[in-house]
Structure formats: C-alpha cells, structure tokens
Design a protein around this ligand. Structure first.
Ligand SMILES: [Zn+2]
Length: 253
C-alpha cells in the first residue's frame, strides 16, 4: 500500500518526504489503536541518507492531527533543522539517545498505553505465558526510571537499547525500535498485547499454564529469523494503512 504523497516538496529529498508520510501514518495508526496520551509520547524515524537527523512530532499536536509536513526535523544533538513548531525535550532525550547508540535503528516508538504502563510499575514484568509475549520475549529489556529530559537519561537509554528492541521503561511506559517503521510497529503491537494478557492473567488469581522452556526458546529463534527480513511487520503495516485510509488520507499532506 502506497503511503507516499503524490508530490515531493521542493525543499527536501524524495526519501525524506516518503519517510515523513510513513511516520505520519504511524501516528494515525497509534491513534486508531487507542495508544495515545493526549499530546504526549512520541514516535520518530531517521531521515534516509542523513544518519544524524530524525523526524518527530511537533509538540502540542494530537496524533490524529499529525501530517507529513508538520513533523519536525532535528539532528541527534538537538538542533532543529527544519519544520514548524516545538521540540519536546523529553522526547528528544529518548529518541536522540537511541539513535546515537543504535546506528541500525531507523524508527523509535514510545507509548504510555495503560497495559504497558501498568506492567511497567510492577517489579516482576512479563512472564513467558502467552503466544503474544513470545513474539517479543527473547528481545525484551527493562530500563530503570531516570530523570526526564536529562542528558544522562539519554545515555542510559542508549545502554538499555543495546539489550533488546522491545523495552519496558520502568514506572513509565513502553518503547520499541526497528530497522523499519513497520518493524517497530509490529513490536509495539505485540508488546502491548503481551502486557494486556499479563494483566488479565494476574487478575484472575490463578497460576497460568506454563509453556515448555524448549518451546519458548525455539519460538525465539524462529521470530529472530523473521525479524531479520525486510518483510517483517509488512503485512500488518499494509492492513493498518487500509484501516486509517477509511478515516481519510490527509496525513499525506
Ligand atoms: Zn513517556
């Protein structure tokens, strides 16, 4: 499914405009899925062929309002390069820290979903008790809560994101990364699902049925191979695009 606009603004490369359209679509998908928290949390994508630059939301704009041309372009040192608006300093700390530490990452998603934040406040975290959690369990990492907007926090996140691509930010929320936007989205979808199932399981007051450790390990090996392909998350991405197109296509503006 093509999410690229029919025109390329003259002040940027076609690659930048294409990724702007994809990232704007990602914001709309998060809105569709109910993953928003007013104007807070943030999603970003690295600009193609410009490894020190990424795109992020103009702080104050709702996810349902975000368009390709409204995104702010910023470098990994915090300097706004183009675009209207305001940079959320806490958002820059998170995303800038990860792009510096992970050259292979081209998309970062951060959410405060209720299931994700609910699990993030508990000491035990996720257990390998559902098929959903096995989608992320082998690459799950935890990041201790630090001072928002501080350089030290960006550096600490850079260390945590070396441990895995699906991260529970303790006392805070969720974070996923990907080589592609669809890959990061698929991780966030499964991580959030895993948190929902964990909360349901805990609330029922009964021990869950365990999954054989050998099955858990083999599932991890299989999903790792899938993640290494460019098609990872693409079927789900195309389906989500069809869903948001049902609400209109003005994110491409
Ligand atoms: Zn946050």
């Amino acid at each position: 499914m093509n999410v690229v606009a029919q025109h390329d603004p003259s002040n940027m490369t076609g690659g930048e405009w294409e990724i702007r359209c994809e990232l704007a679509a990602l914001y709309r998908i998060c809105d569709l899925y109910g993953w928003t928290d007013s104007i807070n949390t943030h999603l970003s994508a690295r600009v193609p062929c410009e490894p020190e630059s990424f795109l992020i939301n103009n702080y104050g704009v709702l996810f349902s309002e975000i368009t390709a041309s409204s995104l702010v372009k910023v470098d990994i040192h915090g300097k706004i390069q183009s675009g209207p608006g305001t940079l959320n300093s806490a958002g820059f700390t998170i995303h800038g820290g990860i792009y510096k530490a992970r050259p292979d990452v081209n998309c970062v998603m951060h959410t405060h979903t209720r299931p994700g934040t609910g699990i993030a406040v508990l000491k035990r975290g996720l257990r390998p008790i559902s098929q959903d959690v096995l989608e992320v369990y082998d690459e799950l990492a935890y990041h201790e809560y630090g001072q928002p907007s501080q350089e030290a926090e960006g550096l600490a996140l850079g260390v945590s994101c070396q441990q895995g691509d699906s991260i529970i930010l303790r006392n805070h929320g969720l974070l996923t990364v990907g080589a592609t936007i669809p890959g990061a989205l698929h991780r966030m979808y499964m991580l959030n699902r895993a948190c929902e199932i964990e909360i349901i399981a805990r609330g029922l007051g009964e021990d869950p049925t365990p999954i054989d450790p050998g099955v858990v390990a083999e599932y991890g090996r299989r999903i790792k191979r899938q993640r290494a392909t460019p098609e990872f998350g693409m079927l789900e991405w195309r389906a989500a695009i069809r869903q948001i197109e049902g609400r209109g296509t003005n994110w491409r503006q």
